[in-house]
Design a protein around this ligand. Structure first.
Ligand code: BG6
Length: 516
């Protein structure tokens, strides 16, 4: 057994991400190598994959960024972000990992930097046996996406031939700022890359609990027959965050807002997984076809419909768990008069056979009382009520809650008879928790997604038609908000569940916003 496989065998991550296949030898080029994402997510994910024996032995990581660092400086910085005092074997495994790491200092629009990169990669192919296979990961600000792809093409770093070595490009979010810019970016990218070489990332799709939505729906026979307009009253998807503008994100966020930052991608992808039809198999095409169809069934709203279906808010100073926090406009990097949305709630129905008339409630916000992402499927009440009930409003409404994070798991609420001579019911729950059901913790989303792109499996990445369909839904909302006569954005105090006006979205339905 090699040293690497010995480490892998003893590492619990091996169980967390069981895989028959190991990717082919390759170089992984990280654009934006000095940035937060590289240090917080990408390199830790690659390191853990390597430790668990999921990376090929012949593998190299090349950082590409503007800062004038040497290979050694880059390694030292990465070591700082990886070092785990609790991991007794860290020094030893770092000593094995570090020689695979290189750095290339260049501006993103400088052709000479890409020529240097090509020479460097060719050399690494010789020294590290990476066989010309290349993954380029664009963890940079979106204005550089087109520039980098074009430069890669001009430097001859993208193979057009599907025989021989491969080249793939991962593009971080946000993919476009609106429909027009997403279409333009897709055009720019497709001038250099075939669609099967483009991996648009939405890290929610890599979360274990998100993948479990399909397992729950299509790996069981008892849920699916109830999963449509006849039995489902409503679906509520929440992604609540306690954090405000942490880590100096105010500048970026102020140009984005909750609709673009969370709804256009993460929440709509959750909606796809809840609402899609069963795919013929779990291959990338079949799954992505079904996800895209859900987005295509979203309505295109008029300004008046936007006003009736969407509520946007921005947090003002308040307190979260006893701690005073500033309002959004007082955050670093945020304009003093900003009207950027930090909260969005909306009610939408899908124009398709399965879901006609069923309201889907989506909401997300910063500085809400707690961090919680979940999907709540509320089933219809029984047609008649034979029992005494304490809470008439909810009597008999079964609720299936999929907890995406934290406390990952699922619970099913149903009615049970309270012991005694009366016919009284009480809601009780069956609960599944990842922590207790499975021995190992779920792997990080980025580990799964990086492994998939190295294996050439795009199923958990977003295809061009899906990105465009999502923007087609979001664009009219953005336009309505930009109109001179648009209603003003509503305030909500940090630490509350958003503007009270969001309650108008549930009026006339059997559903209320859940207080988690
Ligand atoms: C990112 C958003 O895509 O997702 C952030 O840009 C948000 O604003 C984050 O905080 C949430 O991700 P997670 O995995 O913490 O739910």
């Amino acid at each position: 057994m090699s040293d690497l496989s010995a480490i892998a065998e003893s590492n619990p991550l091996r169980q967390a991400l069981p895989r028959a296949k190991v990717p082919e030898p390759c170089s992984i080029v990280l654009f934006g190598a000095t940035g937060d994402l590289t240090h917080r997510k990408l390199v830790p994910a690659l390191y853990h994959l390597d430790q668990a024996g999921h990376l090929p032995g012949e593998c190299a990581i090349v950082g590409f960024a503007r800062r004038d660092w040497s290979d050694q400086q880059f390694r030292d910085e990465l070591k700082k972000s990886l070092a785990n005092p609790k991991d007794g074997g860290f020094e030893e495994s770092w000593t094995e990992f570090a020689p695979k790491i290189f750095y290339n200092a260049s501006n993103f629009d400088d052709p000479s930097g890409y020529r240097k990169l090509k020479e460097q990669l060719d050399k690494i192919d010789g020294t590290h046996g990476t066989r010309g296979n290349r993954l380029f990961y664009l963890a940079v600000s979106p204005e550089y996406f087109s520039v980098i792809v074009e430069q890669l093409g001009q430097a001859g770093l993208i193979y057009k031939d599907d025989e021989g070595p491969w080249s793939r490009v991962v593009i971080e979010k946000p993919f476009g700022h609106d429909l027009a810019s997403a279409l333009e970016l897709n055009r720019d990218v497709s001038r250099v890359l075939r669609e099967d070489q483009v991996y648009r990332i939405d890290h929610y799709l890599g979360k274990e609990t998100v993948q479990n939505i399909l397992a729950l729906r299509f790996g069981n026979s008892m849920f699916e027959p109830l999963w449509d307009r006849r039995y489902v009253e409503s679906v509520q998807i929440t992604a609540a965050e306690e954090l405000g503008m942490a880590g100096g994100r105010g500048g970026y966020y102020d140009t984005s807002g909750a609709l673009r930052d969370m709804i256009q991608n993460h929440l709509l992808q959750l909606l796809c997984l809840v609402a899609m039809e069963p795919p013929v198999d779990l291959g990338a095409d079949a799954v992505r076809n079904e996800r895209a169809k859900v987005l295509q069934a979203l309505p295109i709203w008029t300004a008046e419909e936007v006003e009736n279906h969407v509520v946007r808010g921005q947090y003002v100073a308040g307190s979260i768990q006893g701690k005073e926090v500033p309002g959004y406009r007082d955050e670093k990097g945020v304009a003093a008069e900003s009207s950027t949305d930090t909260y969005v709630a909306l009610r939408v129905t899908l124009n398709n056979w399965r879901w006609a008339g069923v309201p889907f409630f989506l909401r997300t916000g910063k500085r809400l009382p707690k961090r919680a992402t979940e999907i709540a499927i509320q089933f219809k009440k029984p047609p008649t009520n034979l029992f005494e009930v304490d809470n008439e409003a909810n009597a008999g409404a079964n609720l299936l809650v999929l907890r995406i994070q934290p406390n990952e798991g699922a619970s099913l609420a149903f009615q049970a008879k309270i012991p005694g001579s009366r016919r009284r019911l009480q809601e009780v729950r069956m609960d599944f928790r990842y922590g207790t059901a499975f021995a190992s913790p779920p792997p990080e989303a980025y580990e799964r997604l990086l492994l998939d792109v190295l294996l050439g499996d795009p199923s958990l990445y977003t295809r061009t038609d899906a990105v465009e369909a999502a923007w087609k839904f979001v664009d009219p909302i953005l336009k309505a908000w930009d109109a001179p006569d648009a209603p003003k954005i509503l305030d909500y105090a940090a630490g509350t569940w958003g503007p009270e006006a969001a309650d108008k979205l549930t009026e006339g339905t059997e559903t209320e916003w859940r207080r988690l």
